[in-house]
Each structure stands twice: as C-alpha cells, then as structure tokens.
Design a protein around this ligand. Structure first.
Ligand SMILES: Nc1ncnc2c1ncn2[C@@H]1O[C@H](COP(=O)(O)OP(=O)(O)O)[C@@H](O)[C@H]1O
Ligand SMILES: [Mg+2]
Length: 221
C-alpha cells in the first residue's frame, strides 16, 4: 500500500539543559491513500510534535518522512515550504489566525495563495461552518470556538490534498464539533483527500477510517 504521508523510524529527542530523553522513538506510521486517520493519546505524549514532524514544519531527531511521495527530510526549508503550499494544510492547536486581518481575510488569504481553488470559496466554507455572520470581525473579537472554526475554514479554503488537524474540535460544543468534522470528512471524500486528525474525543475519532494511539513513545494501531 502506498502511503500519502509516511514516516520510518521517527524519533524526537529533547535537547536542552533540563531534558535529553526521547519523547518518542522508532515510530513507523503512514496515512494510506484515501484514509482519514485519528491520532489519540494522553496529553504530553508528543502528538503535536509528531504531527509537526510529519507535516515538515518541525525537525524530527531521527527518521525519514515522505509527503505525497516526496522525501521531506534532508531537503531545504524553502523546498519544504513550496511543497507544503501546493497541497498540504495544517489546523494548529492554537488556531494561529493573523490578528490584523478580519476573519474573512484570514480565509481568503489561504484561498488566494493556493491559486483560488474552484471547488471551494471563502464565503461558502465560512457559511458551512456557521461562522459567516462574524466574517468582518477581527480574531481578537471572537471566542476560541469561533476562531477554531475559522482555522478549519482557512485550511479547507486552501484546497488541501492532505490535511493535518491538531485537536480541531477541542474548543467546540458538540453540534459545532460534529458539523466541523462533517466538513472535514466530506472534503476528504469529495476531493479524494486525506487527513490526520489528533483528538481526545472518542466520538470524533470514530468518524475517521482508522484510529492509532501514541502512548509512552510508541504507536499502537
Ligand atoms: N522543542 C521542545 N523542547 C522542549 N520540550 C518540548 C518541545 N516540544 C515539545 N515539548 C514537550 O514535549 C511534550 C509533548 O508535547 P506535545 O507534542 O505538545 O504533546 P501532545 O500534543 O501529545 O500533548 C510536552 O511535555 C512538551 O512540553
Ligand atoms: Mg498537542
């Protein structure tokens, strides 16, 4: 089976005065073609670090990582960025909206940078996530849950082939969490896209095709 995203022998070692141990090590993991995979595990086990390593925005201490068949370990940061911009979107745990842009512009920017994909628009994706009424607000003026929905809208507006989502429903009530997951899984099935979704919520994980667990430095499928 070909993985759309895969790591072999992934490890992350702390390298500072307080800690030199391994957060995780010897991890082989892949998102097969056509799957949405849920990554679960206790807080502090390294889910965010692994997701950033897989996505190419954090350096793993060991291992090799491929995205869409391209080896992203050992290439320049510039090449990684170009590759990411083409087909990968990330929903960060802290949302990371641009504070000086209104919500609509946060989404529009991602859409424009991706070449204005025809199968999605900033307006429709904001409306579908029930956040369209707040489109002219600045990020500071909305709640964490509203900001999270905008972060999801921004990721989808880039028309990703591969979506990394770090606890994308962590600040949402049940209705909005279901709606947001519906948008993500609908996107994946309609566009033949793939996702890795970190979540603590078993109800959310069940909506994915497969669940893997990261615990005590190893992966359990
Ligand atoms: N670059 C780093 N330097 C030091 N500690 C880190 C670094 N990155 C992550 N950590 C620590 O590693 C642990 C795992 O972090 P994280 O990947 O955010 O876990 P999770 O997402 O599973 O909660 C945490 O204790 C965090 O503080
Ligand atoms: Mg985390």
């Amino acid at each position: 089976m070909i993985g759309i995203c895969e790591v072999l022998g992934a490890g992350f070692q702390f390298d500072n005065a307080e800690r030199r141990d391994w957060l995780f090590r010897d991890i082989d993991f892949q998102i097969p073609e056509g799957e949405c995979v849920a990554l679960m595990g206790p807080s502090g086990t390294g889910k965010t670090t692994l997701l950033h390593g897989l996505a190419g925005i954090a350096q793993l201490s060991e291992g090799t990582s491929k995205l869409n068949g391209t080896q992203i370990s050992g290439i320049s940061q510039r090449e990684v960025r170009e590759h990411l911009r083409e087909s990968v979107a990330i929903i960060f745990q802290e949302h990371l909206l641009i504070p000086s842009l209104i919500l609509f512009e946060n989404v529009e920017l991602s859409w424009a940078l991706a070449g204005k994909p025809k199968n999605i628009t900033p307006t429709t994706v904001l409306d579908r996530l029930a956040i369209g009424d707040e489109r002219d607000s600045l990020p500071e003026a909305v709640s964490g849950g509203q900001a999270q929905r905008v972060a999801i809208a921004r990721a989808l507006a880039g028309g990703p082939k591969l979506l990394f989502a770090d606890e994308p429903t962590g600040s949402l009530d049940e209705d909005n969490a279901r709606r947001a997951m519906g948008e993500i899984t609908d996107w994946c099935s309609a566009q033949d896209a793939h996702a890795l979704i970190v979540t603590h919520d078993p109800g959310i994980a069940e909506l994915c095709d497969r669940i893997v667990r990261l615990d005590e430095g190893t992966i359990n499928a």
